[in-house]
Design a protein around this ligand. Structure first.
Ligand code: FMN
Length: 315
C-alpha cells in the first residue's frame, strides 16, 4: 500500500479535479484528498461525475456517512472506479452536516464509526480505509474520550488515522471559527501515536513552516496540510521542497499543468483557481489577476495566462 508522510487535506470547495491535478504537478508521492462526498450522493447520485479522477495514485476519496450499508455500497462503487484509499470524515462540525449524522458529531458514536469502517474495509483487501477526526468535541475533550473513540475504531483493524489536533464545538461556532478558535494540542496526538504504534498516524492543524513540520515528524508518521495550499502556496512549496516531495521548480510544475489542461476539454477560470494561491504576497499579482478575466474570453487564454505567470513568478 502506498502511503505518504505528507498529505494535502480535504477542503470542500477547493479539492476538486483541477486542484488535485495541480498538487500532483507540484509534488511527488503526496497524498491528496478529495472534497468530502456524501455516501448517499455516491449511491444514489451521479457517481461517475462525483468521483471523476484521472490518476488514482495517492488520491484519497473522503466520504461522509454513518450508515454502514451505504458506506459499503459507496466504497464498492469507488473501488470499481479506481480508488484504493477511502477516508471517513469524522471532523466536520458544520450544523448541516451534523443533521445528516456526518462529521465530527460521530466522535460521540464510536461504534457507528467502527461499523462504517468495517463495512468499507470488507469491500476489498486492497482498499485502505482511514478516519480523519478531531481530538474531541464540546466538553468531551479529555484524553480518555479520544482513547475510547480510537480503541473502538482501531479494533476493526483500521491502521490509518489523521487527527486534526483541536476539538470541535458542535454548536454555536462556524466551521471557519472551528478551524481557528479551539486550541491546538499536538501533544495529545503524539501521545496517541505512542499508544497505538502500529497505526499510521498523521497530524493536522496549523502547520505553517518546515521547522514545525519537521518537529511533528519526530512524533508521528505524517503531517497533513490544508489552508497553506489554498492561501499561501509558496510556503507549502518551501515545506515540500525541504521534505523532498517537490518535482523540480514551480515553473516545471506549471508546464506539466499546461500539458494536462491541453488534453482536457473543460478549461476555464476554475482550472486556474488552484494556482491563485501562488500569487499570495508577490508584486505582479494584482495585474495577473486583472488580466485573467480578459484572457478567459479568448481561446487559448488559460495557457497564455499560465505562460505569463511563469514569466513573472519570482524564482
Ligand atoms: C475551505 C475548507 C474546506 C474544508 N473541507 C473539509 C472537508 O471536506 N473534510 C474535512 O475533513 N476537512 C475539511 N476541512 C478541514 C481541513 O481538512 C483541515 O482539517 C483544517 O483546515 C486544518 O488544517 P490546516 O490548519 O492545515 O488548514 C476544510 C478546511 C477548509 C479551509
Amino acid at each position: 500500500m502506498l502511503r505518504s508522510s505528507f498529505a494535502i487535506a480535504p477542503m470542500m470547495g477547493w479539492s476538486d479535479l483541477f486542484f488535485r491535478c495541480w498538487m500532483r504537478c507540484l509534488f511527488n508521492n503526496v497524498d491528496v484528498y478529495t472534497e468530502m462526498v456524501a455516501v448517499n450522493a455516491i449511491c444514489y447520485g451521479d457517481a461517475g461525475r462525483l468521483l471523476q479522477e484521472d490518476d488514482h495514485r495517492h488520491v484519497v476519496l473522503q466520504v461522509g456517512g454513518s450508515d454502514p450499508k451505504l458506506c459499503k455500497q459507496a466504497a464498492h462503487i469507488a473501488f470499481d472506479q479506481g480508488f484504493r484509499h477511502i477516508d471517513l470524515n469524522v471532523g466536520c462540525p458544520s450544523s448541516r452536516v451534523q443533521k445528516g449524522m456526518i462529521g465530527a458529531v460521530l466522535m460521540k458514536y464510536p461504534s457507528v464509526v467502527a461499523d462504517c469502517v468495517e463495512a468499507m474495509m470488507s469491500v476489498h483487501r486492497d482498499l485502505t480505509v482511514s478516519v480523519k477526526s478531531r481530538i474531541g468535541v464540546d466538553h468531551q475533550d479529555d484524553e480518555s474520550f479520544l482513547v475510547r473513540f480510537l480503541d473502538e475504531v482501531l479494533a476493526t483493524g483500521c491502521k490509518h488515522v489523521t487527527i486534526h489536533a483541536r476539538k470541535a464545538w458542535l454548536s454555536g461556532m462556524s466551521p471557519k471559527d472551528n478551524r481557528n478558535i479551539p486550541l491546538l494540542n499536538y501533544q495529545r496526538v503524539y501521545d496517541m501515536k505512542r499508544r497505538y504504534p502500529d497505526v499510521f498516524m498523521l497530524i493536522n492543524g496549523g502547520f505553517n513552516d518546515f521547522l514545525e513540520v519537521k518537529e511533528a515528524l519526530n512524533h508521528v508518521d505524517g503531517v497533513m496540510i490544508g489552508r497553506l495550499a489554498i492561501e499561501r502556496q509558496r510556503d507549502l512549496v518551501a515545506i515540500a521542497r525541504q521534505l523532498g516531495f517537490m518535482q523540480g521548480t514551480v515553473r516545471d510544475s506549471l508546464t506539466r499543468y499546461q500539458q494536462y489542461l491541453a488534453g482536457h476539454a473543460y478549461k476555464n477560470q476554475s482550472s486556474l483557481k488552484p494556482l491563485m494561491a501562488l500569487l499570495h504576497g508577490f508584486n505582479g499579482a494584482k495585474s495577473l489577476r486583472s488580466q485573467m478575466a480578459e484572457l478567459m474570453r479568448q481561446q487559448g487564454g488559460v495557457s497564455q495566462w499560465i505562460d505569463r505567470l511563469k514569466d513573472e513568478l519570482p524564482s
